[in-house]
Design a protein around this ligand. Structure first.
Ligand code: UD1
Length: 420
């Protein structure tokens, strides 16, 4: 198993090019199931989750050729409709194939994703919405068995909670359904927006893109002709590298980034004392003499993202004063706290709220990655820790960060990937 050895440094300097967004790529790959043509996707990130989803499509009879420049997916040969446990267990977002397979084939079996390190993460809202559209759903032996005896029919769906993959799943199902589907309380994340935009360009009429109410006019079973498109920049990868600049008190420029997607993250870094130079496609973070403490509440887009919570906790350990971080989306997303404490952080937990007392010196030691974003918090802490930090179980990091160690080495970090 690989691990990362990181040597603390005084500062970093240089440019980091941001990759395509993992969370935009996953629904857009699943969307290829709705196509009657070969789908060409540019700018997919080279991360494990993408390979996992492509493997799942291949297992179901599609052909997939991965290349970060141009990936080609042909699902016209797809002849299986079962997403098996061996793949779904490695990536919960495999649930994204449920809506499109059901819409195209009228039946499918998808393994239930099960629990997750950061919380229970149920998929009840996906299932309830599909049932409202006419699907018959049974749970048997760990699998969701879904059929559409009378096809999928558009209707009004009100999500009790805002769900990102739930919205994506229902948008894709609605694209081929009969009539209009209205989703109320839809997710407004940029990744959902891109899915809607690509579907719109492929002949599906969607009103309200980027708002909480989406109206999707289905094609009544007609498959789509999907034009080539390019994945939007990864706002969480970008946010993580901005935190790398902030924690090391360095000037770092991100290129191929979308600043408009990072409003809440940049606002919090500004509150902490950082300043920025921003162009259409680049962000430079400037160093600050002293980091100030911060109050963060994770919420749905456009508010502060839960996927940046762990990284800001690492950063808060270096702020002068008391930071308060409240996690509202996932009940168990504080697994990084005990690892940061082992490095010397002063953090106390009370339910969904973490209180971070800074500034504390951190020292390198052996730590364990527990989930994707928790892992990047440990990388940030290691960048400024005294001595060497060994981060184990980095398969979590590899799920979502494209070439992390090369990108960090490029700005002067001392990072090595080694084998246990
Ligand atoms: C997506 C992102 C993940 C991010 C999360 C929240 C992808 C592939 N993953 O995950 O990186 O952290 O959004 O921004 O895009 N919920 C239910 N029932 C459901 C569905 C969700 O109760 O059927 C709850 C969840 O437990 C959670 C909240 O709704 O508390 C939001 O979850 P959701 O937006 O669905 O997260 P994901 O789409 O799984």
């Amino acid at each position: 198993m690989d691990y990362l050895k990181i040597q603390g440094v005084d500062s970093l300097h240089g440019n980091i090019q941001i990759s395509g967004a993992k969370n935009a790529s996953l629904p857009l790959i699943a969307m290829a199931i709705l196509a009657n043509n070969e789908v060409k996707i540019n700018n997919l990130p080279d991360v494990a989750d993408i390979k996992t989803l492509l493997k799942l499509l291949s297992k179901m009879g599609s052909s997939c050729h991965f290349d970060t420049q141009e990936t080609i997916i042909n699902t016209t040969t797809m002849d299986k409709t079962k997403a098996t446990y061996d793949i779904v267990k490695t990536m919960r977002a495999s649930i994204l194939v449920l809506g499109p397979i059901l819409a195209r084939f009228g039946h499918c079996e998808v393994s239930l994703p099960g629990g997750c390190a950061i919380g229970q993460r149920p998929i009840d809202l996906h299932l309830k919405a599909l049932e409202q559209m006419g699907a018959k759903i049974d749970i048997k032996a760990g699998y969701i068995e879904a059929t559409t005896p009378n096809g999928l029919v558009g209707c009004e769906i009100i999500f009790d909670k805002i769900t990102v993959t739930g919205t994506a799943n229902i948008v894709m199902a609605a694209a081929l359904a009969k009539g209009q589907t209205t989703i109320i309380n839809a997710a407004r994340e940029p990744e959902v927006v891109q899915l809607c935009e690509v579907l719109s360009k492929s002949g599906v009429t969607i009103e309200g893109i980027g708002t909480a109410v989406l109206k999707i006019q289905g094609t009544d079973g007609e498959l789509l002709n999907i034009e080539e498109f390019s994945i939007i920049p990864d706002r969480i990868e970008a946010g993580t590298y901005l935190c790398a600049g902030a924690i090391t008190n360095s000037e770092i420029t991100l290129t191929k980034v979308e600043p408009n997607h990072l409003g809440a993250v940049i606002a919090k870094l500004e509150e902490m004392g950082n300043s920025f130079s921003i162009t259409e496609e680049s962000i430079t973070i400037h160093p600050t003499s002293q980091l100030k403490p911060v109050k963060i509440i994770t919420q749905e887009y456009p508010a502060f993202p839960t996927d940046m919570q762990a990284q800001f906790m690492a950063l808060a350990t270096q702020a002068d004063g008391v930071s308060i971080i409240e996690e509202r989306l996932f009940e168990n997303r504080f697994m990084h706290v005990s690892e940061l404490q082992r490095m010397g952080a002063d953090i106390s937990l009370n339910g969904h709220t973490a209180t971070v007392h800074g500034k504390t010196p951190l020292s390198g030691t052996d730590v364990m990655a527990t989930d994707l974003r928790a892992s990047s918090a440990l990388v940030l802490a290691a960048l400024i820790a005294k001595g060497e930090t060994n981060i184990h179980r980095i398969y979590h990091l590899d799920r979502g960060y494209d070439n992390l160690e090369k990108k960090l080495e490029g700005v002067g970090a001392k990072v090595a990937r080694l084998q246990e």
